[in-house]
Design a protein around this ligand. Structure first.
Ligand SMILES: [Zn+2]
Length: 66
């Protein structure tokens, strides 16, 4: 379990598309499970982009600059 960076709110994970921190309790872009790991997104656009090309984002080949 990771140590939360902020005392308020729930657990946070990094959006793999844009590297933003997302509250896993209420991810604005929802979540998506890929190969047994759940990823969380800052917005629906990042979620859709990840679902199209998950490998590209996980490998770091692709990034969206926010
Ligand atoms: Zn994002």
């Amino acid at each position: 379990m990771r140590i939360p960076l902020f005392s308020k709110g729930g657990k946070r994970e990094i959006d793999p598309v844009c590297d933003m921190q997302v509250d896993t309790g209420k991810p604005p872009g929802g979540s998506f499970e890929y190969q047994g790991t759940t990823y969380y997104f800052c917005g629906p656009g990042c979620n859709r982009a990840f679902q199209r090309e998950p490998e590209a984002y996980l490998s770091g080949e692709k990034k969206i600059q926010m």
